[in-house]
Design a protein around this ligand. Structure first.
Ligand SMILES: [Zn+2]
Length: 416
């Protein structure tokens, strides 16, 4: 029994045709016109399978396949359907269409499981509308409250609350729709790796052990803006060179002082007034620090704070450091990892045990249920761009592994 590559391909092709940026990758924001069209497509497919469909207040779609087992907790499978601007065809969607395919096969073959299967399609994972990622899964897990949506705004200043309401969602009810422990037996998300490890090692399957935690700091340095010609070097208070020292030091700390997997990145920097003949008055940059061990993140964070203080004092700069984003390191469920690994071994699939450097929706559910993740390779490690690609043969293999895992979990006594 295996998945049908043609059906998977067909779903991906049909859905990725729906984009706000034709010929320039997939742009499909939650609560937009394209999102609605994709939801209609998927709803039609789910109705063919006889799923019982519920859409919650923030737009998460929860669709259940029941077979005289509705009193039991569900095995949840799925991912997200939204994208970044000019993103790829496979991020998120791969996990959704493979989950749909798993339900098709189970129904077609009349496979009896102890538990229902719940297809979960998370809304607003990428943060494309409001700059906050995983809004759907954070609400499903109860991490966010309704009030938050009334403060959260898009670039035009419209609140998330109003956008969701206009989309036709029953936003006011969202707090009553938090996933309960007794509703779920496990959650398994298949996702593209979005990095180059599997591709470079020519392995088709990654079994995720842990998901990195992260801290993002915004560092602001303020000096004195002045003429680039008439201000001698010894009279300057230049925040740009201070920033350069700190940024270079961050690389050194992540490489040499922190742990094996710690990474630190400065990908965003803003300088004022940003003129080539002006000593800047202010420089602001973000430092993104990640690791699967909290200790690694803390080492870099501490060094960042100390170094910024030291450089600011040395150069006569004012400074501030703000923690602007944070998520915890997550170890995935050994019960689900074992089920995935046993299935892979039984089917002689070559796999790699690995960690995820990106945070995913299912990580938000680890406090509620047993969570596992399957990765399939991203060609050349590219993601969040139109060139993002995964071989359909690898997706099929991932789908077969997901199918086998669901069957194993559905025949297994797992306690939360
Ligand atoms: Zn994704």
């Amino acid at each position: 029994m295996e998945s049908c590559i043609e059906r998977i391909k067909n779903d991906i092709e049909n859905i990725t045709k729906i984009t706000a940026t034709p010929n320039m990758g997939c742009t499909r924001f939650s609560y937009g016109k394209e999102d609605r069209e994709v939801r209609e497509y998927l709803t039609k497919e789910m109705k063919i399978l006889g799923l019982s469909i519920n859409v919650d207040g923030v737009g998460n779609i929860r669709a259940k396949y029941m077979d005289n087992n509705e009193d039991k907790p569900s095995i949840m499978i799925g991912s997200h359907i939204d994208t970044v601007s000019n993103g790829g065809k496979f991020d998120g969607l791969t996990g959704v269409v493979t989950a749909l395919e798993v339900v098709r096969i189970i129904k077609e073959n009349n496979i009896k499981l102890e538990n229902p299967i719940e297809l979960i399609i998370f809304a607003e994972e990428e943060g494309s509308n409001f700059g906050t990622t995983m809004v759907g899964s954070k609400f499903l897990s109860g991490a966010y409250k309704l009030e938050y949506l009334k403060r959260l705004k898009n670039d035009e200043g419209i609140t998330a609350y109003n956008i969701m309401k206009d989309f036709g969602l029953d936003v006011d009810n969202v707090e009553n729709e938090v996933l309960k422990k007794e509703e779920a037996k496990a959650m398994v998300e298949l996702h593209i790796e979005q990095g180059g490890i599997l591709h470079s090692e020519n392995i088709s399957i990654g079994i995720v052990q842990a998901i990195v935690g992260m801290k993002t700091y915004r560092v602001s340095l303020e000096g004195v803006s002045n003429h680039a010609g008439s201000t001698p070097m010894y009279l300057r208070k230049d925040p740009m060179v201070g920033a350069a020292e700190i940024i270079t030091y961050m690389e050194k700390v992540a490489k040499e002082k922190a742990l094996k997997d710690t990474v630190a990145t400065v990908g965003k920097i803003h300088c004022q007034p940003n003129g080539s003949n002006v000593i800047p008055g202010q420089v602001e940059f973000n430092v993104d620090i990640r690791d699967v061990e909290t200790e690694g993140i803390e080492i870099v964070a501490k060094e960042l704070i100390n170094k910024t203080k030291e450089i600011a004092n040395k150069r006569g700069l004012k400074y501030s450091i703000d923690l602007v984003g944070e998520s915890d390191c997550v170890k995935l469920s050994s019960k689900v990892i074992n089920a995935i690994e046993e299935t892979a071994i039984e089917n002689k699939y070559v796999y790699k045990e690995m960690n995820s450097g990106a945070v995913h929706d299912s990580a938000m559910l680890t406090g509620i249920t047993n969570v596992g993740m399957i990765f399939v390779p991203s060609i050349d490690g590219l993601s969040h761009c139109p060139q993002e690609e995964t071989k359909f043969e690898d997706i099929k293999l991932g789908c077969d592994l997901l199918l086998g895992t669901v069957i194993k979990l559905g025949n297994m006594k797992v306690r939360n």
